[in-house]
Ligand binder design. Structure first.
Ligand code: IVH
Length: 671
C-alpha cells in the first residue's frame, strides 16, 4: 500500500474508533490498539509532511504553534433566544405560535447547556472552521483548539450536505472543571468561578496542547445548510447524530405545550444529577416550514424560546458600592448591580459584608461578579471574573466617614465591621432603633410600620423611642397619611406595648450583641432594671452564656447618661422594668430540654413560653441531649427520631402535670 493510502486508511479508522469511544461510549478497540495505530500514523505523517491534514486524528493533541484568533464573519448570524421564566409565559409563547397555524404545534425540547456556543463549518464533510459567537455577526476562529475536542467530528460520516454548519455548545463537565481548578490552585493561579467561564477561558488558550488536556465536551443542537434535506428539526438532529455529532440523548419531541411543560418540570429537578451545568430548556418549533413562517425578530427567532431555570448563581456587572448604616451604627457595604435574574427574582443589590470581604474578593467597580442566593434573602457576591476586568480599574477604597452623618468611622481590632460612633445624631441609627423597638419580636407595636416610624422621625415627632409614649392624637392627625381611625390604632398599639415583659423591653432597647435569647437570660438573672443598672461587668459576666463582649456592651449602655435618661422616661411611661411574677414562676423544669412538634391546642410559642417560665429550655432540633418531646397530633419525623433515640414523648396534659397545673395556661401578653 502506498504511504498516502495507508495514511488515509489510518485516519478514517482512527476517527471511527474515536467516535465510538467518545460520542457513543462504545469502544471498538482497546486503548493499546488505538495508541498503536495512532503512533503509526504519527510516524508516517512525520516522514511525509506533504500529506499534512489539519483534520488528522493526530492533530487532536493540539500543536505547539501559538494560536492567534483572527475574527471571521458568520455565514448565518448567531442569534440569541428570548427567555421565559414561567409556565404562563411559555403558554403565551405557544399561543402566539399556534395563532399562525391551525391546531397545535409540535415542539422539540432540548436542555440548555451552560457553556460557550460554537459554530462548526464543514466542507465536503471535513471540518474547516470553528467560530465563537463573538458579537453574533463575527466570531473568533478557534479551529485549532476545537480540533482537540474529541466529541467534535473532524470528518463527517455518510452523505452529508456541503457546506454544512453545525451549531452547538462547548461545555466543561463537572469532573474536568474540578480537576482543572485543583491544578490551578496548586499552581497559585486563580480558580475559575464556574464551568462556563472555565470552558470559555480554555477555548481561548494560546497553546492547543493545553486545551487538549482540559477535556472539553460538545453538544450539537442546530444544523444549517443551503438546501435543507429534512422537513423537521428533530429529523435534522437524528441525521446529525448519524453524521457523527454528539446530540444529547435528553432531547424530546413533544406533541404540544403541555408535554413541553412536563419535560421542563422533570428537568428542573433532574438536571441537578447531570454531570454538567444546564440553565434551562430550549423549546423549538419542530416543523421547518412553520419555523420559516414564524421568522425572526431583530435578535431572536420567533420559533424558539429558552425557558430559564431559577438560577442559583448569576453573573452581572458591579456598578457601584454604597454603604448602609444599621441601627447599631454597623456599616454594611452594598453592591449595586446591573439587574440580573436569580432564583426567580431580579437582583439589583447584594451584600459585600465588610471591608475584609471586599479585600478578599478584590472586587472592583466595573467588574463582572458572580452573585448567589444562599439561605439569606439578600444575595451575596461570591466571586469576580478577573479575565473580564476592565483596564485601569482600581481597588475599592473603603469609606473612612459615615455616609449619613459624616462622623469618622471606627473599627476595633476584633471586629469585622466598621461602625459609625455617632449614635445619637446619625439618622439611620435613630430610625433603625425605632424600627427595632416596634418590631414583632420586640415591643410588637403592630399599628406602626417602618415607613410610619421613618415619617415620625422626619417630622420631628419621635427622636428616641421614649417619644413614642408621648405622641398625641392631634400630632398624628397633622401627618398627611394618617386619618382618625389609623391614629387611634397607632395609639392603642403603643399603649398595649406597655404590658410587654421586661425581657422584651430589654431586647427592644437594641443593645449591641443583645439578641432575643440573651435579653431573656439577662432579664431572668437580674429580674429588674434596677438590679441591671447596678450590676458590675463581673456580675454580668457571671451569667450563663454572657461573655466579656456582651457584659461590656450592656454595662456601657446602662451607664451612658443618654440611656439613663431614656430608661427613666420609659419607666415613667409605664413600661415593665421588672420580671413580672409569672415570668419564671418556678424552676421545676430547670436543666430540662424540650422539643415541640405536631399540632397542639395553642401556638407552639405558648408552650415554649410556659416551659421557659418554669426554667426549661426549648430547642428546635432533636438529639440525645433532648429530655422530652412534646408531641401534638400529626407528629412526623421528630416523633420517629425521638423513639429512635429513646427520648421521652409527652403530651400537653403530661406537661401540665409536670409543672403542677391542670392545663397549660399562657401569659397572653406574649402574643
Ligand atoms: S439554539 C437560534 N439550543 O443558549 C437558536 N441554544 O440563549 C440558536 N444554548 O447562544 C440557539 N443550549 O449558546 C440552542 N439546546 C440549545 C442550547 C442553546 C444552550 C445556548 C446557545 C445560545 C444561547 C441562547
Amino acid at each position: 500500500m502506498k504511504p498516502n493510502d495507508r495514511i488515509l486508511l489510518l485516519r478514517s479508522t482512527l476517527e471511527r474508533y474515536n467516535h465510538a469511544y467518545y460520542v457513543l461510549a462504545q469502544p471498538l478497540v482497546s486503548d493499546a490498539e488505538f495508541d498503536h495505530l495512532l503512533h503509526e500514523l504519527q510516524d508516517l505523517e512525520a516522514q511525509h509532511p506533504e500529506f499534512f491534514d489539519a483534520n488528522s486524528p493526530t492533530q487532536r493533541v493540539g500543536s505547539d504553534l501559538s494560536n492567534e484568533f483572527v475574527s471571521a464573519a458568520h455565514r448565518y448570524p448567531m442569534l440569541s433566544l428570548g427567555n421565559v421564566y414561567s409556565a404562563e409565559e411559555l403558554q403565551a409563547f405557544d399561543e402566539r405560535v399556534c395563532k399562525q397555524f391551525d391546531g397545535t404545534v409540535e415542539y422539540v425540547c432540548e436542555l440548555k447547556f451552560d457553556g460557550v456556543s460554537i459554530s462548526l463549518i464543514y466542507e465536503r464533510g471535513q471540518l474547516q472552521q470553528a467560530l465563537t459567537r463573538g458579537d453574533g455577526i463575527r466570531g473568533d476562529d478557534v479551529t485549532v483548539n476545537v480540533r482537540t475536542i474529541r466529541t467534535i467530528p473532524l470528518a463527517l460520516q455518510g452523505n452529508v450536505p456541503s457546506p454544512l454548519e453545525m451549531r452547538g455548545e462547548i461545555i466543561l463537565p463537572h469532573s474536568s472543571f474540578q480537576k482543572m481548578n485543583e491544578e490551578r490552585i496548586a499552581n497559585g493561579e486563580p480558580a475559575f468561578a464556574n464551568p462556563r467561564n472555565a470552558a470559555a477561558g480554555t477555548l481561548k488558550l494560546l497553546d492547543s496542547q493545553q486545551v487538549a488536556k482540559r477535556r472539553l465536551d460538545n453538544f450539537a443542537y442546530h444544523l444549517l445548510c443551503e438546501e435543507m434535506p429534512f422537513a423537521t428539526h428533530y429529523e435534522s438532529l437524528q441525521a446529525a447524530q448519524a453524521f457523527g455529532f454528539k446530540v444529547s440523548e435528553h432531547t424530546r419531541l413533544c406533541a404540544n405545550i403541555a408535554e413541553v411543560i412536563d419535560f421542563i418540570k422533570h428537568w428542573d429537578a433532574a438536571r441537578k444529577s447531570l454531570p454538567y451545568d444546564t440553565d434551562g430548556v430550549v423549546v423549538k418549533v419542530n416543523n421547518y416550514a412553520q419555523q420559516r413562517a414564524l421568522g425572526y425578530t431583530a435578535k431572536t427567532p420567533r420559533w424558539a424560546v429558552a425557558y430559564k431555570f431559577a438560577a442559583e448563581q448569576a453573573s452581572t456587572t458591579l456598578l457601584a458600592v454604597s454603604y448602609q448604616v444599621g441601627r447599631t451604627g454597623a456599616i454594611t457595604p452594598v453592591a449595586n448591580l446591573e439587574p440580573v435574574q436569580l432564583a426567580g427574582t431580579t437582583v439589583k443589590r447584594a451584600s459585600l459584608h465588610n471591608a475584609d470581604q471586599i479585600q478578599l474578593l478584590d472586587v472592583r467597580v466595573g467588574d463582572k461578579v458572580f452573585v448567589e442566593k444562599g439561605g439569606e434573602i439578600i444575595p451575596k457576591i461570591v466571586g469576580v471574573d478577573i479575565s473580564l476586568r476592565p483596564a485601569h480599574s482600581e481597588p475599592l477604597r473603603y469609606i473612612t466617614h459615615c455616609p449619613e452623618c459624616g462622623a469618622a468611622l471606627v473599627r476595633s481590632n476584633d471586629e469585622a465591621k466598621h461602625y459609625c460612633p455617632n449614635e445619637e445624631n446619625c439618622p439611620p441609627q435613630i430610625v433603625g432603633k425605632i424600627i427595632h423597638f416596634i418590631s414583632r419580636k420586640a415591643m410588637n407595636i403592630d399599628g406602626l410600620g417602618e415607613e410610619t416610624a421613618e415619617l415620625f422621625y422626619q417630622k420631628g415627632l419621635v427622636k428616641t423611642v421614649a417619644d413614642l409614649y408621648s405622641i398625641s392624637k392631634e400630632a398624628l392627625l397633622q401627618l398627611e397619611r394618617i386619618a382618625e381611625k389609623s391614629a387611634e390604632n397607632i395609639l392603642q398599639s403603643i399603649a398595649k406595648s406597655k404590658t410587654m415583659t421586661f425581657e422584651r423591653v430589654l431586647f427592644a432597647l437594641g443593645i449591641r450583641y443583645v439578641g432575643e435569647t440573651t435579653a431573656k437570660t439577662i432579664a431572668r438573672a437580674f429580674l429588674s432594671l434596677d438590679a441591671l443598672q447596678n450590676a458590675s461587668i463581673e456580675e454580668l459576666q457571671a451569667v450563663d452564656e454572657v461573655g466579656e463582649q456582651i457584659a461590656k456592651s450592656v454595662y456601657d449602655f446602662m451607664h451612658n447618661p443618654k440611656n439613663v435618661l431614656l430608661l427613666f422616661q420609659l419607666r415613667e411611661a409605664g413600661l415593665q422594668m421588672e420580671c413580672s411574677a409569672n415570668v419564671l414562676i418556678n424552676n421545676v423544669l430547670q436543666g430540662k430540654t424540650f422539643v415541640i412538634t405536631g399540632t397542639l391546642s395553642q401556638p407552639r410559642e405558648a408552650f415554649k413560653a410556659r416551659i421557659e417560665q418554669c426554667g426549661g429550655k426549648v430547642s428546635s432540633t432533636i438529639s440525645s441531649a433532648t429530655n422530652y418531646l412534646l408531641a401534638g397530633e400529626k407528629a412526623g419525623s421528630k416523633l420517629a427520631k425521638a423513639k429512635q433515640l429513646g427520648v421521652a414523648v409527652i403530651d400537653e396534659a403530661q406537661l401540665a402535670a409536670m409543672i403542677g397545673e391542670q392545663s397549660i395556661t399562657t401569659d397572653k401578653q406574649l402574643f
